[in-house]
Design a protein around this ligand. Structure first.
Ligand SMILES: C[S@@+](CC[C@H](N)C(=O)[O-])C[C@H]1O[C@@H](n2cnc3c(N)ncnc32)[C@H](O)[C@@H]1O
Length: 221
């Protein structure tokens, strides 16, 4: 079972005993999620005029990215359809000990939504549709469904195969035309594989502690 630890921005993260790695940057879980997934993903699509956004998250984990996406949908009044996949779900009791609601200063409704993300596999609010798949991304073969992929696998040093061609081809297929994949990883080999698969890539400034992150586009910018 993972253990809860504090990251530098005061928000919790988890450390996996199985993979011996943290779920988020030690420089701050919330600041990482905000920079990589919310800003480079959702804010970017909103700036392009999207009024409804379908998200696929590889590695639902603690549910922080999903919670941040829910809060973003409420703030912007922009509908988000969220599908997260997770092979090793944490137990709801552990999710209940995470301090995200307090650190984000979110309300009781958000607290209930965050609990539901860990106890239910799907639910809907006026702006947020949630769907959780318990399983391995290796078996997730859907076609042209998503506007954005939050690619939040453990780093290549822990799970190399999740950054290789087979899986990235699946991710490419799961995106609609003009869809984007955002991730904290900016390794050269990973970016070359993205190009091989057919993505165009942009190097963006990374979250605190990382010079770069990656946004990959299916089709033209
Ligand atoms: C970096 S953590 C994700 C952090 C998460 N996005 C969050 O907000 O807390 C990577 C996640 O991928 C999950 N995972 C590892 N291998 C997987 C696989 N083959 N398929 C699906 N999920 C996997 C891990 O259990 C872990 O929860």
């Amino acid at each position: 079972m993972p253990k809860i630890i504090l990251s530098s921005d005061g928000s919790h993260t988890l450390i996996s005993d199985e993979f011996n790695v943290t779920y988020h940057s030690s420089h701050g879980s919330i600041q990482e999620s905000n920079t990589v997934f919310i800003h480079a993903g959702l804010d970017h699509l909103l700036s392009l005029g999207y009024e409804k956004i379908s998200v696929f998250e590889m590695g639902f984990g603690s549910g922080l990215n999903a919670l941040m996406a829910y809060l973003w949908a409420v703030e912007h009044g922009c509908e988000v359809q969220y599908t997260g996949i997770e092979a090793y779900p944490i137990v709801p009791e552990m999710a209940g000990q995470l301090n995200y609601i307090e650190v984000l200063n979110a309300d009781d409704e958000a607290r209930i939504i965050f609990q539901k993300m860990h106890t239910e596999t799907n639910f809907k609010t006026p702006v947020f549709q949630f769907n959780k798949v318990i399983g391995f991304v290796e078996n997730f073969d859907v076609k042209e469904e998503f506007d954005v992929i939050f690619y939040d696998a453990f780093a290549p040093s822990s799970q190399d195969h999740l950054w290789e061609k087979d899986i990235l081809q699946l991710m490419f297929g799961a995106l609609k035309n003009k869809g984007i994949l955002v991730t904290y990883c900016a390794k050269g080999a990973f970016k070359r594989t993205l190009k091989d698969v057919g993505f165009k890539i942009e190097a963006l400034s990374g979250p605190v502690g990382k010079r770069e992150m990656t946004r990959a586009v299916k089709g033209d910018f």
